[in-house]
Ligand binder design. Sequence first.
Ligand code: SAH
Ligand code: DHB
Ligand code: MG
Length: 224
Amino acid sequence: MSQELWSAVDSYITTLLVPQDNALDAAIQASEAAGLPPIGVSPNLGKLLQILALVQGAHNILEIGTLGGYSTIWLARALPPGGRLVTLEADAKHLEVARANIAGAGLADVVELRLGLASDTLPQLAAENRGPFDLIFIDADKPGYPDYFRWALKLSRRGSLIIADNVVRNGAVVDPTSGDPRVQGIRRFNELLSAESRVSATAIQTLGSKGYDGFAIVLVTAEL
Ligand code: SAH
Ligand code: DHB
Ligand code: MG
């Protein structure tokens, strides 16, 4: 099994099931041209996010980690009329690239972009009573995941769905001695999920054009 094969299968799946899309293609092009790292979700995982938001009937979505707005566009397109998505990004350049990409997708009125460290903007959202969110996508810096999960719960209701990207990290997540703070952040996040009685959680491994990684999928089951 090789990256080459995973990419070929991703391309096969995407060709069949994830049609060419001008706004999404333009977002990838513009992000690359601006020098952003190519670490957004793959097209088929973007569509998975969109399907989960549709199943959820999400009206109010929170994303932590915008980059160029690629996953933002997938999620925001699942919103019904009057729905809103708030996305949090610490890097001003990333945020401005995302703003243009989101406007190009016709979603400027639906998406609110907030600049700042998520450790600052999450408490601000809570203080503004901006929640509860129906779906929260965690995809910013990995050492921050435990903190982001605690805030995500505070910003949730019974029935909210919390999804976290990058919970497998090429398998590094199984190494308790890892010296990588990103791996340790993900391990602490997974341990928080394990210990949290108010949620029902699982995680899936993903292979594809972006390598070997995974999604955690967390349903808030308790009245908060
Ligand atoms: N969700 C995007 C990818 C996000 S990449 C997609 O799939 O298309 C992670 C992003 O998190 C980067 O843009 C990075 O600048 C941002 N980030 C890193 N640390 C952060 C922090 N402390 N607070 C908010 N955003 C942060
Ligand atoms: C990285 C971040 C991501 O969100 C991702 O999907 C892949 C890689 C990173 O910071 O390396
Ligand atoms: Mg990610």
